[in-house]
Design a binder for this molecule. Structure first.
Ligand SMILES: [Zn+2]
Length: 444
């Protein structure tokens, strides 16, 4: 269109110039000048029009590509809408809540599932949904459930809650935009459990794998970002930092090679563990016993609820450079959300009756939590009589290597038979010792 107009003007100008040329010289000169000017203007306009056309074409191509990319998402949106409609009357949510009512300790995955269902049923800002996601986040931070962490973080962010989302959780495009801040966000994540929400008594710390309950919608928990870590090979401890920055950048990491000089500690630690139904899980990294609420360790009088205990072979901590056959880590949490681990070193010797009970019931393959019927266990069976300890500030010894964990490694070891060590399904599940970085090791 624009081009046509320019051509018409040009044609008129030419005619005009011709007319002037026949009449007088001066007029002719003037007309030639006008003609040159017009020609330049028209060329510029034409060029601009061509550029504009190219830009429009590029935009159209981009739109087509976007539409193609959006097509599968549209399917998901439709599915989500269908799901929402199906759950709108709240029956499904009520059913699930009834099903979960008897279970005091919901796994992180179930908390996410419950949260997602609440969100779909009651809207994005349902406080109970937000609560569920927060619980899931707290639980999964004690383990390695990155997908669950991502799902909970993204769900909270979607609900407008203040939450640090790990860089790895963001969709690919967003990740690029945020480059440079990613690591910071991921590190912050390690502390988000200090948000002041106290759910210690609800902590299930179950790591049940795919229990099939209400998985969050895919765009919130991209499966292709599933993270695996291990104790050897490509995903071994030296590489944990790639996916979990704190593991590499943290300055207070666990475990430690415990050696003097020691600083005198006047902290008093006492354990008060109770018998309860045995719940065990093989989470692919260790055998973990989940503990029902009621067992506590007091640190200078402050109660720390025992959440779970698990085993490492050989012991992760070394004493003067030497590891023991195994170690039990008793993981506790205070009402303020502070984590404390009591470590009991297992030394090769006589058979350990407590471990005998546990090993008789442990799942040899990775899978959901098992609750053998009629079997009770008292975690105190694994404690030595004396409670002298080495203590230091450390971290979770598994990804995401969250710091701010207080360690008490008991000086008195407990026996474990060679055969019992051999029967443990993980040949080696111990993180190497970490740099002290100027930390004090205290002893009472
Ligand atoms: Zn441990």
């Amino acid at each position: 269109m624009k081009r046509t107009i320019i051509e018409v003007i040009l044609a008129l100008a030419l005619v005009g110039a011709g007319a002037f040329g026949w009449t007088n010289f001066k007029g002719n000169q003037k007309a030639t000048g006008q003609l040159t000017e017009l020609k330049a203007a028209s060329e510029e306009a034409a060029k601009a029009a061509t550029e504009k056309e190219a830009a429009v074409k590029a935009a159209e191509e981009e739109m087509a590509a976007l539409r193609e990319e959006m097509a599968p998402l549209e399917g998901q949106v439709q599915q989500l809408a269908a799901l929402k409609a199906a759950m709108a009357n709240g029956t499904t949510l009520a059913d699930l809540e009834v099903a979960y009512k008897s279970q005091k300790n919901l796994s992180a995955e179930r908390q996410v599932g419950l949260g997602a269902l609440r969100m779909l049923t009651k809207g994005a800002e349902d406080p109970a949904a937000i609560e569920s996601f927060r619980k899931a986040l707290q639980l999964s931070e004690l383990g390695d459930r990155k997908n669950t962490i991502c799902a909970a973080q993204l769900a909270l962010a979607a609900a407008g809650e203040k939450v640090a989302v790990m860089a790895d959780c963001l969709p690919k495009g967003a990740q690029g935009e945020k480059s440079g801040h990613g690591d910071k966000a991921a590190e912050k994540d390690g502390h988000s459990k200090d948000d002041g929400h106290d759910h210690a008594k609800d902590d299930g710390h179950g790591k049940a794998k795919d229990d099939g309950h209400g998985k969050p919608d895919d765009k919130k928990a991209p499966e292709k970002h599933a993270v695996h870590w291990s104790y050897e090979g490509d995903m071994g401890p030296e590489r944990w930092g790639k996916e979990f920055p704190t593991c590499a950048k943290g300055k207070s990491q666990s475990p430690l090679d415990i050696r003097g000089p020691f600083v005198k500690s006047r902290v008093v630690v006492t354990a008060d563990y109770k018998e309860g139904p045995l719940k065990m899980i093989n989470n692919g990294h260790t055998i973990q016993v989940n503990v029902v609420p009621g067992s506590k360790t007091r640190i200078d009088g402050v109660a720390h609820e025992l959440l779970q205990f698990h085993f490492h072979r050989p012991s992760e901590e070394k004493i003067d450079g030497k590891p023991m056959a195994m170690v039990v880590h008793f993981v506790h949490k205070s009402a303020e959300g502070k984590l404390a681990v009591v470590g009991v070193l297992l030394k090769e010797g006589n058979e350990n009756p407590g471990i005998k009970t546990l090993w008789a019931n442990m799942p040899m393959e990775e899978g959901p939590e098992v609750t053998p019927e009629g079997v009770n266990f008292n975690p105190a069976n694994l404690l030595p009589r004396e409670f002298d300890f080495y203590s230091y500030e450390g971290s979770l010894t598994t990804p995401p290597c969250t710091e701010g964990v207080r360690f008490f490694i008991l000086k008195t070891t407990v026996n474990v038979a060679k055969e019992q060590v051999a029967a443990f399904p993980f040949k080696r599940n111990a993180r190497p010792v970490q740099e002290l970085n100027g930390r004090e090791i205290t002893t009472n």
